[in-house]
Every structure is written in structure tokens, then in C-alpha cells.
Design a protein around this ligand. Structure first.
Ligand SMILES: Nc1ncnc2c1ncn2[C@@H]1O[C@H](COP(=O)(O)OP(=O)(O)O)[C@@H](O)[C@H]1O
Ligand SMILES: [Mg+2]
Length: 328
């Protein structure tokens, strides 16, 4: 049963996101409201078995991209294609088996009063995958072993486990329906640093074994660089830079990407000094205060009058390294 879908062969993409928008209504008074543009015209594509890293500070819209992609929120605009087929309200149930999500906080995303067996088995039941109890249990044990849990863990409750183990349970649950694509929403951010590497290695091993593709969300560019084939950098609802992971890491162009890497000194041609750090000051502004110019202009050391008024588009700087900046 390995007929490559016809539509994919044209683009080679498993998942394609085109001009995705997610605007949330925010009440500003009794009768007035404004739109909070959490995701504003985001496009990217992911090939089978590939990892696209998505980075940006908290509040930039990363989770909203993941949830809107999976139609957990109805998109305000744009489209999501899976194997070349547009995902919509009518066919989403079918695609729930192909696209799964692993959540940021393993403490709140798993019901503490359910056993591991119940948690991992639930998606099997929802999708009516196993009629036979024995086969169902074998599948659950297989999934647990895939993520490094023992058979005797099956009857224990989620609250009995550590953060790292809970995240393993969450991953086993996501894998239960044999998805081809998983949105991993900061799956290691809530874990101790000592555990993070183990869990990241597990994501990599699983990808090797199962060929699953990831959208891997994190706020730490170094974590994302480690696991990703390509990286997208997001700032206030928009992708400001995207390209090959090594290229983004070694040759970042957008001042925001530079600032995310600012622990490492960078050469700055505009000053006589050999190197300069871009240290971000202040917090991410509210997406409701956007003026129509480049969203980063309020914190950017290179911003000009033009940046306040016009929003730069992503342009190709070579080999698909795309950057949205007038000055760099
Ligand atoms: N359901 C919602 N309703 C209204 N605003 C939301 C909702 N979810 C997220 N937001 C807002 O959208 C923006 C992006 O949030 P989020 O996607 O969670 O960012 P990130 O995951 O990068 O931290 C934030 O300003 C957040 O407050
Ligand atoms: Mg988030």
C-alpha cells in the first residue's frame, strides 16, 4: 500500500501552509473590538520525514501556527495542504490520524487520573483502530517501548511520572495513530535541562525509525538548530527569516535572528568594532499595537523611517534563504 499520492509528487511536500492567518477578536469596549493578528500571512512547506524548526520569543504566535495548521482553530485565512489535498472542516477527521500534536506542558496535557494504558489507548479507540483487546494491548506496549517506557508502567497513573517520562507518554499517545506529521509545541521547554537532550534524541530516533515529519517549535534557537533540517524564525505573527538550519545558524541575516543568537558575538559592518551584540531590549510589543511597518522596528538597531511605515516581504538571499528586512 505504498502508492505515493499524485499531488505530492509535483511539489514533494507533505505539508504545505499557504498564507495562513489567525486573527483573534479582542474586546476593547462594550461595542468595540479589534483584531489581534496572532498569525499573519505565514507560509512554509515540510517534506516527508523532515523537521522544520519554528523559533521566536514567547507571544510571537508559534503555538497559534501549530493549532491553526491542525485546524484546532479555524483559520481566519489561508490554507493547509496535506499531500496536496486542502484540509477543511469536512475532511479534518481523516487528517487527525495523519497529523498529531505533542504539547508543551506534560503536566497539564495528560489527565493525571488516567493510566498510561488509557492515555495511549484513547486515540486507538477514538479512531476504532483495534477491535481485538489483545491486539490493542500489544500495540500500546509496542508504543510504550518505542518511547522507552516499560510494560509495568502501563497500569500506573500519569501523576506518578516525572516531566520527562510524561512527555514520553504524550509522544506515545501522538504516535498511536501512526501519523506522518507531528507538531511538537515546545516539547522540552518545561523539562529540566538534563532531561531535554534525552527527549530531543528520542524525537530524532523516532524520526529515523518511523519517517515522521515534525514542525518543532521552541524559543531556543540552539535546541531547534540541533534537530531541524530547516528553520523558520517568527516575530509577531510573521516569519522574518527561513532557510536551511545550518545556514540560519551560521549566516543569520535578520536582526531579530541575530538577537536570538546574541549570546554569540557577531561581526557588525556598521561600526568600527570587530564585533557587537544585539541585545534585545524590552518585551515583545502587543500584536495589537502594530502600525503596519516592520513589527520589529521598535527594537531594531538598524530601523529607518521606511521600516516604520512599510512591512518588508520575504526575499530570497540565495538557495532559498529568505529574509524580510529592508536594511540587511
Ligand atoms: N485563543 C486566543 N485568544 C486570543 N488571543 C490569543 C489566543 N491564543 C493566543 N493569543 C494571543 O496570540 C499571540 C500569540 O500567542 P501564541 O501563539 O501562544 O504565541 P507563542 O506560542 O509564540 O508564545 C499572543 O499575543 C497571545 O496572547
Ligand atoms: Mg507557545
Amino acid at each position: 500500500m505504498s502508492s505515493e499520492p499524485e499531488n505530492r509528487s509535483k511539489s514533494g511536500n507533505l505539508v504545505e501552509v499557504n498564507h495562513l492567518k489567525q486573527y483573534f477578536p479582542v474586546k476593547t469596549g462594550l461595542f468595540s473590538r479589534v483584531w489581534l493578528k496572532a498569525v499573519d500571512d505565514v507560509s512554509f512547506a515540510i517534506k516527508p520525514g523532515e523537521t522544520l524548526g519554528l523559533v521566536g520569543e514567547s507571544g510571537c504566535g508559534k503555538t497559534t501556527v501549530g493549532r491553526t495548521l491542525l485546524h484546532l482553530y479555524k483559520p481566519t485565512g489561508g490554507e493547509v495542504l496535506f499531500d496536496g489535498v486542502r484540509v477543511d472542516e469536512k475532511n479534518i477527521q481523516e487528517y487527525r490520524k495523519k497529523m498529531q500534536m505533542v504539547f508543551q506542558d506534560p503536566y497539564s496535557s495528560l489527565n493525571p487520573r488516567m493510566t498510561v494504558e488509557d492515555i495511549v489507548g484513547e486515540p486507538l479507540d477514538v479512531h476504532h483502530l483495534y477491535k481485538n483487546k489483545k491486539e490493542r494491548r500489544e500495540r500500546i506496549l509496542e508504543l510504550m517501548s518505542l518511547v522507552g517506557l516499560n510494560a509495568e508502567h502501563a497500569t500506573r497513573y500519569a501523576h506518578e511520572f516525572s516531566g520527562g517520562q510524561r512527555q514520553r507518554i504524550g509522544i506515545a499517545r501522538a504516535l498511536a495513530v501512526r501519523p506522518q506529521f507531528i507538531v511538537c509545541d515546545e516539547p522540552v521547554s518545561a523539562l529540566d535541562v538534563s532531561i531535554q537532550a534525552q527527549v530531543i534524541n528520542m524525537f530524532e530516533d523516532l524520526q529515523q525509525k518511523l519517517g515522521v515529519a515534525y514542525l518543532f517549535i521552541a524559543h531556543d534557537l540552539l535546541v531547534v538548530h540541533h534537530i531541524s533540517n530547516r528553520i523558520a524564525v517568527m516575530y509577531l505573527g510573521k516569519i522574518v527569516e527561513i532557510g536551511d538550519a545550518d545556514e540560519i545558524n551560521n549566516n543569520p541575516i535578520h536582526p531579530y535572528t541575530l538577537s536570538l543568537l546574541s549570546a554569540i558575538p557577531i561581526p557588525d559592518p556598521k561600526t568600527a568594532r570587530a564585533s557587537k551584540r544585539i541585545v534585545l531590549e524590552g518585551d515583545v510589543p502587543s500584536p495589537m499595537q502594530l502600525t503596519g511597518g516592520c513589527a520589529f522596528h521598535t527594537r531594531c538597531p538598524y530601523a529607518t523611517e521606511r521600516c516604520k511605515k512599510e512591512c518588508p516581504e520575504l526575499t530570497d538571499r540565495g538557495d532559498g534563504h529568505m529574509v524580510a528586512c529592508f536594511e540587511k
